[in-house]
Design a protein around this ligand. Structure first.
Ligand SMILES: Cc1ncc(COP(=O)(O)O)c(C=O)c1O
Length: 395
Protein backbone atom coordinates (compact mmCIF):
# COMPACT_ATOMS: atom_id res chain seq x y z
CA UNK A 1 0.00 0.00 0.00
CA UNK A 2 2.85 2.40 0.68
CA UNK A 3 4.55 1.58 -2.60
CA UNK A 4 7.08 -0.81 -1.08
CA UNK A 5 8.74 -2.80 -3.85
CA UNK A 6 7.90 -6.47 -3.56
CA UNK A 7 9.48 -7.62 -6.82
CA UNK A 8 11.82 -6.17 -9.37
CA UNK A 9 10.10 -3.74 -11.72
CA UNK A 10 11.91 -1.80 -14.42
CA UNK A 11 9.79 1.20 -13.57
CA UNK A 12 9.20 1.18 -9.82
CA UNK A 13 6.36 2.98 -8.07
CA UNK A 14 8.80 5.13 -6.14
CA UNK A 15 12.53 5.78 -6.21
CA UNK A 16 14.31 7.98 -3.68
CA UNK A 17 17.16 10.08 -5.03
CA UNK A 18 19.62 12.59 -3.65
CA UNK A 19 18.74 15.88 -5.28
CA UNK A 20 21.07 18.40 -3.72
CA UNK A 21 23.48 18.49 -0.80
CA UNK A 22 22.12 15.49 1.17
CA UNK A 23 25.44 13.57 1.18
CA UNK A 24 27.50 16.65 2.12
CA UNK A 25 25.18 17.49 4.99
CA UNK A 26 25.14 13.89 6.20
CA UNK A 27 28.96 13.76 6.19
CA UNK A 28 29.06 17.09 7.98
CA UNK A 29 26.66 15.88 10.69
CA UNK A 30 28.78 12.77 11.23
CA UNK A 31 31.99 14.81 11.36
CA UNK A 32 30.46 17.24 13.85
CA UNK A 33 29.63 14.40 16.22
CA UNK A 34 26.16 15.87 16.83
CA UNK A 35 23.69 13.39 15.46
CA UNK A 36 21.02 13.23 18.19
CA UNK A 37 17.72 15.11 18.16
CA UNK A 38 17.49 18.89 18.46
CA UNK A 39 20.85 19.51 16.77
CA UNK A 40 21.88 22.13 14.21
CA UNK A 41 20.34 20.37 11.20
CA UNK A 42 17.02 19.94 13.03
CA UNK A 43 17.11 23.67 13.71
CA UNK A 44 17.66 24.38 10.01
CA UNK A 45 14.83 22.04 8.97
CA UNK A 46 12.61 23.73 11.51
CA UNK A 47 13.51 27.23 10.25
CA UNK A 48 13.06 26.17 6.61
CA UNK A 49 9.58 24.79 7.27
CA UNK A 50 8.51 27.77 9.38
CA UNK A 51 9.62 30.24 6.71
CA UNK A 52 8.31 28.34 3.70
CA UNK A 53 4.95 27.47 5.24
CA UNK A 54 4.44 30.69 7.19
CA UNK A 55 3.82 28.84 10.46
CA UNK A 56 5.02 29.96 13.90
CA UNK A 57 6.43 26.61 15.02
CA UNK A 58 7.56 23.48 13.14
CA UNK A 59 8.91 20.56 15.17
CA UNK A 60 10.74 17.85 13.16
CA UNK A 61 9.49 14.44 14.27
CA UNK A 62 10.35 10.78 13.83
CA UNK A 63 7.32 10.32 11.53
CA UNK A 64 3.97 11.78 10.55
CA UNK A 65 2.34 9.09 12.68
CA UNK A 66 4.27 10.43 15.68
CA UNK A 67 3.28 14.00 14.81
CA UNK A 68 -0.35 12.80 14.84
CA UNK A 69 0.23 11.17 18.22
CA UNK A 70 1.67 14.42 19.51
CA UNK A 71 -1.44 16.21 18.24
CA UNK A 72 -3.59 13.77 20.15
CA UNK A 73 -1.65 14.40 23.37
CA UNK A 74 -1.63 18.18 22.86
CA UNK A 75 -5.37 18.35 22.30
CA UNK A 76 -5.89 16.38 25.50
CA UNK A 77 -7.84 13.67 23.70
CA UNK A 78 -9.02 10.92 26.03
CA UNK A 79 -11.69 8.32 26.71
CA UNK A 80 -15.17 9.65 26.02
CA UNK A 81 -13.95 11.95 23.24
CA UNK A 82 -14.73 11.43 19.58
CA UNK A 83 -12.43 12.29 16.70
CA UNK A 84 -13.70 12.45 13.11
CA UNK A 85 -11.30 11.10 10.49
CA UNK A 86 -11.73 10.41 6.78
CA UNK A 87 -12.18 6.70 6.16
CA UNK A 88 -9.97 6.83 3.06
CA UNK A 89 -6.80 7.47 5.04
CA UNK A 90 -3.66 5.90 6.43
CA UNK A 91 -4.18 3.86 9.61
CA UNK A 92 -2.35 6.16 12.00
CA UNK A 93 -4.69 9.03 11.12
CA UNK A 94 -7.15 7.11 13.29
CA UNK A 95 -4.69 5.11 15.38
CA UNK A 96 -2.98 8.14 16.91
CA UNK A 97 -6.25 9.21 18.52
CA UNK A 98 -7.41 5.67 19.31
CA UNK A 99 -4.19 5.24 21.30
CA UNK A 100 -5.34 7.99 23.67
CA UNK A 101 -8.72 6.29 24.14
CA UNK A 102 -10.82 8.31 21.71
CA UNK A 103 -13.73 6.81 19.83
CA UNK A 104 -13.05 7.10 16.11
CA UNK A 105 -15.86 8.32 13.85
CA UNK A 106 -15.39 7.76 10.13
CA UNK A 107 -16.38 10.37 7.56
CA UNK A 108 -16.69 9.86 3.83
CA UNK A 109 -14.58 11.58 1.19
CA UNK A 110 -15.60 13.62 -1.85
CA UNK A 111 -15.93 11.55 -5.02
CA UNK A 112 -13.80 13.97 -7.06
CA UNK A 113 -10.79 14.85 -4.87
CA UNK A 114 -11.04 12.02 -2.30
CA UNK A 115 -10.57 14.65 0.43
CA UNK A 116 -12.94 14.89 3.41
CA UNK A 117 -16.48 15.54 2.12
CA UNK A 118 -17.26 18.85 3.78
CA UNK A 119 -20.96 18.54 2.86
CA UNK A 120 -21.33 15.32 4.85
CA UNK A 121 -19.07 16.25 7.73
CA UNK A 122 -21.77 17.83 9.91
CA UNK A 123 -23.62 14.52 10.21
CA UNK A 124 -20.56 12.96 11.89
CA UNK A 125 -20.25 15.66 14.55
CA UNK A 126 -21.89 15.08 17.92
CA UNK A 127 -21.71 16.41 21.47
CA UNK A 128 -18.54 14.41 22.21
CA UNK A 129 -16.62 15.37 19.06
CA UNK A 130 -13.35 17.13 19.93
CA UNK A 131 -11.35 17.17 16.73
CA UNK A 132 -11.46 16.52 13.01
CA UNK A 133 -8.60 15.47 10.74
CA UNK A 134 -8.50 17.19 7.35
CA UNK A 135 -6.37 15.02 5.06
CA UNK A 136 -5.31 16.78 1.87
CA UNK A 137 -5.31 13.71 -0.38
CA UNK A 138 -2.58 13.77 -3.00
CA UNK A 139 -1.70 17.31 -1.95
CA UNK A 140 -5.10 18.62 -3.12
CA UNK A 141 -6.69 20.84 -0.50
CA UNK A 142 -9.75 19.95 1.54
CA UNK A 143 -12.43 22.66 1.37
CA UNK A 144 -10.89 24.48 4.31
CA UNK A 145 -13.40 27.36 4.47
CA UNK A 146 -16.22 24.90 5.06
CA UNK A 147 -14.22 22.61 7.37
CA UNK A 148 -12.93 25.48 9.51
CA UNK A 149 -16.38 27.11 9.64
CA UNK A 150 -17.99 23.90 10.85
CA UNK A 151 -15.20 23.28 13.37
CA UNK A 152 -15.54 26.82 14.76
CA UNK A 153 -19.32 26.44 15.16
CA UNK A 154 -18.85 23.20 17.11
CA UNK A 155 -15.69 24.20 19.01
CA UNK A 156 -13.54 21.49 17.38
CA UNK A 157 -9.82 21.46 16.77
CA UNK A 158 -8.76 20.91 13.16
CA UNK A 159 -5.66 18.79 12.56
CA UNK A 160 -4.40 18.92 8.98
CA UNK A 161 -2.77 15.81 7.58
CA UNK A 162 -0.27 17.19 5.11
CA UNK A 163 1.66 13.98 4.52
CA UNK A 164 0.98 14.32 0.78
CA UNK A 165 1.16 18.01 0.23
CA UNK A 166 3.92 20.03 1.82
CA UNK A 167 4.13 23.43 0.07
CA UNK A 168 0.74 23.01 -1.62
CA UNK A 169 -1.84 25.74 -1.09
CA UNK A 170 -5.52 26.60 -0.67
CA UNK A 171 -6.70 29.99 -1.92
CA UNK A 172 -3.06 31.06 -2.16
CA UNK A 173 -2.20 30.21 1.45
CA UNK A 174 0.08 27.28 2.37
CA UNK A 175 -1.63 24.13 3.53
CA UNK A 176 -0.58 23.33 7.08
CA UNK A 177 -1.21 26.91 8.20
CA UNK A 178 -4.99 26.48 8.70
CA UNK A 179 -5.55 23.96 11.49
CA UNK A 180 -4.53 24.32 15.14
CA UNK A 181 -1.98 21.63 14.24
CA UNK A 182 -0.72 20.03 11.03
CA UNK A 183 1.32 16.88 10.41
CA UNK A 184 3.90 16.25 7.68
CA UNK A 185 5.58 13.05 6.54
CA UNK A 186 9.10 12.57 5.22
CA UNK A 187 8.75 8.81 4.74
CA UNK A 188 10.59 7.44 1.70
CA UNK A 189 7.44 7.49 -0.42
CA UNK A 190 6.82 11.21 0.09
CA UNK A 191 7.88 14.23 -2.01
CA UNK A 192 10.75 14.96 0.39
CA UNK A 193 12.26 12.19 2.44
CA UNK A 194 14.79 11.17 5.05
CA UNK A 195 13.70 7.53 5.20
CA UNK A 196 11.35 7.95 8.12
CA UNK A 197 10.48 11.39 9.42
CA UNK A 198 7.84 14.04 9.82
CA UNK A 199 7.01 17.35 11.42
CA UNK A 200 4.34 18.83 13.62
CA UNK A 201 3.27 22.36 12.70
CA UNK A 202 1.81 24.28 15.63
CA UNK A 203 -0.38 27.20 14.60
CA UNK A 204 -2.31 27.67 17.85
CA UNK A 205 -0.02 29.78 20.07
CA UNK A 206 -1.70 28.33 23.16
CA UNK A 207 -0.23 24.92 22.28
CA UNK A 208 3.31 25.99 21.39
CA UNK A 209 5.07 25.80 24.74
CA UNK A 210 3.54 22.47 25.61
CA UNK A 211 4.31 21.12 22.13
CA UNK A 212 8.02 21.60 22.78
CA UNK A 213 7.70 19.70 26.05
CA UNK A 214 5.71 16.80 24.56
CA UNK A 215 8.28 16.66 21.72
CA UNK A 216 11.17 16.41 24.22
CA UNK A 217 9.97 13.35 26.16
CA UNK A 218 7.76 15.43 28.44
CA UNK A 219 10.63 17.61 29.65
CA UNK A 220 11.58 21.28 29.35
CA UNK A 221 14.90 20.38 27.69
CA UNK A 222 14.26 22.89 24.88
CA UNK A 223 14.20 25.75 27.40
CA UNK A 224 17.26 24.28 29.12
CA UNK A 225 19.19 24.23 25.82
CA UNK A 226 18.12 27.84 25.24
CA UNK A 227 19.53 28.74 28.66
CA UNK A 228 16.10 29.67 30.06
CA UNK A 229 16.29 27.14 32.97
CA UNK A 230 19.33 25.67 34.73
CA UNK A 231 18.18 22.04 34.57
CA UNK A 232 15.43 20.14 32.86
CA UNK A 233 12.97 17.71 34.37
CA UNK A 234 9.75 15.79 33.75
CA UNK A 235 6.95 18.31 33.19
CA UNK A 236 4.19 16.60 31.25
CA UNK A 237 3.23 13.69 29.02
CA UNK A 238 5.62 13.28 26.14
CA UNK A 239 7.61 10.96 23.93
CA UNK A 240 10.88 10.67 22.06
CA UNK A 241 9.49 12.44 19.02
CA UNK A 242 12.56 14.39 17.83
CA UNK A 243 14.18 13.60 14.48
CA UNK A 244 17.85 12.64 14.70
CA UNK A 245 20.28 15.13 13.19
CA UNK A 246 21.51 12.48 10.73
CA UNK A 247 18.05 12.34 9.23
CA UNK A 248 17.56 16.09 9.52
CA UNK A 249 20.81 16.62 7.56
CA UNK A 250 19.56 14.43 4.70
CA UNK A 251 16.14 16.06 4.83
CA UNK A 252 17.53 19.58 4.67
CA UNK A 253 19.31 18.68 1.43
CA UNK A 254 15.96 17.57 0.00
CA UNK A 255 13.95 20.54 1.26
CA UNK A 256 16.44 22.99 -0.22
CA UNK A 257 15.50 21.62 -3.66
CA UNK A 258 11.80 22.18 -3.12
CA UNK A 259 11.24 24.51 -6.09
CA UNK A 260 12.87 22.09 -8.52
CA UNK A 261 11.07 19.13 -6.96
CA UNK A 262 7.69 20.81 -7.07
CA UNK A 263 8.13 21.98 -10.68
CA UNK A 264 9.25 18.55 -11.83
CA UNK A 265 6.46 16.70 -10.02
CA UNK A 266 3.73 19.13 -11.07
CA UNK A 267 4.91 18.65 -14.66
CA UNK A 268 4.75 14.86 -14.27
CA UNK A 269 1.20 15.21 -12.97
CA UNK A 270 0.16 17.34 -15.98
CA UNK A 271 1.82 14.92 -18.42
CA UNK A 272 -0.07 11.96 -16.94
CA UNK A 273 -3.33 13.88 -17.03
CA UNK A 274 -2.88 15.00 -20.63
CA UNK A 275 -1.59 11.61 -21.80
CA UNK A 276 -4.42 9.63 -20.21
CA UNK A 277 -7.40 11.97 -20.73
CA UNK A 278 -8.73 10.54 -24.01
CA UNK A 279 -8.28 6.92 -22.94
CA UNK A 280 -9.95 7.60 -19.59
CA UNK A 281 -12.92 9.38 -21.21
CA UNK A 282 -13.36 6.53 -23.67
CA UNK A 283 -13.31 3.81 -21.02
CA UNK A 284 -15.16 5.30 -18.05
CA UNK A 285 -12.02 5.73 -15.99
CA UNK A 286 -12.13 8.66 -13.57
CA UNK A 287 -9.12 10.97 -13.25
CA UNK A 288 -8.37 13.20 -10.25
CA UNK A 289 -10.13 16.56 -10.11
CA UNK A 290 -8.37 19.67 -8.85
CA UNK A 291 -10.51 22.60 -7.68
CA UNK A 292 -9.34 25.97 -9.07
CA UNK A 293 -8.45 27.30 -5.62
CA UNK A 294 -6.18 24.34 -4.75
CA UNK A 295 -2.51 24.62 -5.72
CA UNK A 296 -1.24 22.31 -8.48
CA UNK A 297 -0.99 18.70 -7.24
CA UNK A 298 2.44 17.09 -7.18
CA UNK A 299 2.32 14.03 -4.95
CA UNK A 300 0.56 11.21 -6.77
CA UNK A 301 -1.49 10.41 -9.86
CA UNK A 302 -4.45 8.12 -9.43
CA UNK A 303 -7.09 6.53 -11.62
CA UNK A 304 -10.42 5.15 -10.43
CA UNK A 305 -11.35 2.23 -12.65
CA UNK A 306 -14.90 1.21 -13.58
CA UNK A 307 -14.65 -1.88 -11.36
CA UNK A 308 -12.40 -3.58 -8.80
CA UNK A 309 -11.66 -6.31 -11.38
CA UNK A 310 -10.48 -3.65 -13.83
CA UNK A 311 -8.27 -2.07 -11.18
CA UNK A 312 -6.62 -5.38 -10.37
CA UNK A 313 -6.46 -6.20 -14.08
CA UNK A 314 -4.63 -2.97 -14.89
CA UNK A 315 -2.14 -3.47 -12.04
CA UNK A 316 -1.39 -6.97 -13.40
CA UNK A 317 -1.19 -5.72 -17.00
CA UNK A 318 1.35 -3.05 -15.96
CA UNK A 319 3.25 -5.57 -13.84
CA UNK A 320 3.69 -7.81 -16.89
CA UNK A 321 5.40 -4.86 -18.58
CA UNK A 322 7.71 -4.27 -15.64
CA UNK A 323 5.77 -1.30 -14.25
CA UNK A 324 4.70 -1.18 -10.62
CA UNK A 325 1.33 0.47 -9.97
CA UNK A 326 -0.25 0.17 -6.54
CA UNK A 327 -3.63 0.53 -4.86
CA UNK A 328 -4.03 2.74 -1.82
CA UNK A 329 -5.90 2.71 1.48
CA UNK A 330 -8.18 -0.03 2.67
CA UNK A 331 -11.11 2.08 3.99
CA UNK A 332 -10.58 2.44 7.73
CA UNK A 333 -14.21 1.83 8.65
CA UNK A 334 -14.05 -1.62 7.02
CA UNK A 335 -10.80 -2.66 8.71
CA UNK A 336 -10.77 -4.99 11.69
CA UNK A 337 -10.15 -2.06 14.03
CA UNK A 338 -12.61 0.18 12.22
CA UNK A 339 -15.38 -2.34 12.76
CA UNK A 340 -14.69 -2.20 16.51
CA UNK A 341 -15.68 1.47 16.30
CA UNK A 342 -18.91 0.52 14.56
CA UNK A 343 -17.78 0.76 10.93
CA UNK A 344 -20.08 -1.09 8.51
CA UNK A 345 -20.13 -1.61 4.74
CA UNK A 346 -22.04 1.25 3.11
CA UNK A 347 -21.11 3.84 5.77
CA UNK A 348 -18.66 5.67 3.51
CA UNK A 349 -19.49 4.73 -0.10
CA UNK A 350 -16.88 6.95 -1.74
CA UNK A 351 -14.09 5.60 0.47
CA UNK A 352 -15.25 2.09 -0.42
CA UNK A 353 -15.25 2.93 -4.13
CA UNK A 354 -11.72 4.36 -3.94
CA UNK A 355 -10.50 1.46 -1.80
CA UNK A 356 -11.73 -1.06 -4.38
CA UNK A 357 -11.08 0.69 -7.66
CA UNK A 358 -8.23 3.20 -7.29
CA UNK A 359 -4.66 2.67 -8.41
CA UNK A 360 -1.65 4.95 -8.36
CA UNK A 361 0.87 5.11 -11.20
CA UNK A 362 4.65 5.35 -10.74
CA UNK A 363 5.33 8.86 -9.47
CA UNK A 364 8.69 10.12 -8.25
CA UNK A 365 10.83 13.17 -8.88
CA UNK A 366 13.40 11.42 -11.08
CA UNK A 367 10.86 9.58 -13.26
CA UNK A 368 12.07 10.42 -16.76
CA UNK A 369 9.82 11.54 -19.59
CA UNK A 370 10.70 8.33 -21.45
CA UNK A 371 9.72 6.19 -18.46
CA UNK A 372 6.51 8.13 -18.03
CA UNK A 373 5.67 7.79 -21.73
CA UNK A 374 6.15 4.05 -21.38
CA UNK A 375 3.70 3.99 -18.46
CA UNK A 376 1.18 6.06 -20.42
CA UNK A 377 1.51 3.77 -23.45
CA UNK A 378 1.07 0.69 -21.29
CA UNK A 379 -2.01 2.10 -19.53
CA UNK A 380 -3.65 3.16 -22.77
CA UNK A 381 -3.14 -0.33 -24.21
CA UNK A 382 -5.42 -1.68 -21.51
CA UNK A 383 -9.11 -1.99 -22.29
CA UNK A 384 -11.44 -1.94 -19.30
CA UNK A 385 -15.07 -2.96 -19.47
CA UNK A 386 -17.20 -0.13 -20.94
CA UNK A 387 -18.96 2.13 -18.39
CA UNK A 388 -19.64 5.86 -17.80
CA UNK A 389 -16.80 8.31 -18.20
CA UNK A 390 -15.29 11.54 -17.04
CA UNK A 391 -13.43 13.14 -14.18
CA UNK A 392 -13.32 11.42 -10.84
CA UNK A 393 -16.78 11.64 -9.34
CA UNK A 394 -18.62 11.81 -12.63
CA UNK A 395 -19.40 8.11 -12.65
C1 LIG B 1 -2.06 10.60 4.60
C2 LIG B 1 -1.00 9.98 5.47
N1 LIG B 1 -0.86 10.39 6.73
C3 LIG B 1 0.07 9.85 7.54
C4 LIG B 1 0.91 8.87 7.10
C5 LIG B 1 1.94 8.29 8.03
O1 LIG B 1 3.19 8.79 7.68
P1 LIG B 1 4.54 8.23 8.39
O2 LIG B 1 4.96 7.02 7.63
O3 LIG B 1 5.51 9.36 8.22
O4 LIG B 1 4.21 7.96 9.79
C6 LIG B 1 0.81 8.39 5.79
C7 LIG B 1 1.70 7.33 5.31
O5 LIG B 1 1.81 7.01 4.18
C8 LIG B 1 -0.18 8.96 4.95
O6 LIG B 1 -0.37 8.54 3.69
Amino acid sequence: MDGTQTQAHRIPFNRVACLGRERDYLADAVASGRIGGGGPYSARVRATLERALGVPLALPTTSCSDALEMASVLLGIGPGDEVVVPSFAFVTVAGAFALRGARIVFADVRPDTLCLDEERLAERIGPRTRAVVALHYGGVACEMDAVLGLAARHGLAVVEDLAHGPFASYRGRPLGSFGALACLSFHETKNFSCGEGGALLVNDPALARRAEIVHEKGTDRTRFLAGAVDKYSWRDLGGSYGLSDLQAAFLLGQLEQRETVRDRRARLWRRYDAGLAAWAEAHGVARPAVPAHSGPPDHLYFLVMPSAADRDGLIEHLGRRGILAVFHYVPLHLSEMGRRYGGRPGDCPQAERAGARLLRLPFFTTLSDAEQDEVIDAVTDYVPRPAGSGRCGAD
